[in-house]
Design a protein around this ligand. Structure first.
Ligand SMILES: [Fe+2]
Length: 156
């Protein structure tokens, strides 16, 4: 049965909030990763990669806010420290000292990880009948798979 935020049990909301905070953390770490690569990428493909990494961090910056505000709509606590996000995230930071291909591979891995995290969060929301969170997670997962395709296309 479809449930809205106010109709869900406290436990259901807490589980969904946790999955959303995981998604926020990984989106935030990937935002920084994309900005890092935007600044430090080098090579003959500098201009399009500089541009693509910007497109990614701009998208992810907005998404962090959308996901965290869904946490608030569910009456949860949006975890907002960088240290906490890095600790929780399955996406790792990078020192930015790498060639363009290595950066593309690292960003591809981040996008694939995020797509899986968002798909999982969406599935969890669906199990609790939280269609509205599920919809947000599905939309975000699709964006990450689109960026994964963009990145993968550079490697073929
Ligand atoms: Fe810039």
């Amino acid at each position: 049965m479809t449930q809205t935020a106010s109709a869900m049990t406290t436990n259901a909301r807490a589980a969904i909030v946790d999955a959303l905070n995981q998604s926020v953390a990984e989106t935030a770490v990937t935002t920084m990763l994309a900005q890092n690569f935007h600044w430090n990428v080098t090579g003959m493909a500098f201009a399009p990669l500089h541009e693509l990494f910007q497109q990614i961090y701009e998208d992810h910056f907005t998404a962090q806010d959308d996901l965290a505000e869904r946490v608030k709509a569910l009456d949860g606590f949006a975890e907002g420290t960088l240290a906490g996000m890095v600790k929780r995230s399955k996406v790792s930071e990078h020192d930015g000292q790498a060639d363009a291909e290595t950066m593309i591979k690292a960003m591809l891995e981040a996008q694939v990880t995020l797509a899986a995290t968002l798909a999982g969060a969406g599935e969890l929301a669906a199990e609790h009948g939280d269609t509205l969170t599920e919809d947000l997670c599905i939309a975000r997962g699709q964006v990450h798979e689109k960026f994964a395709w963009f990145l993968r296309s550079h490697l073929r």
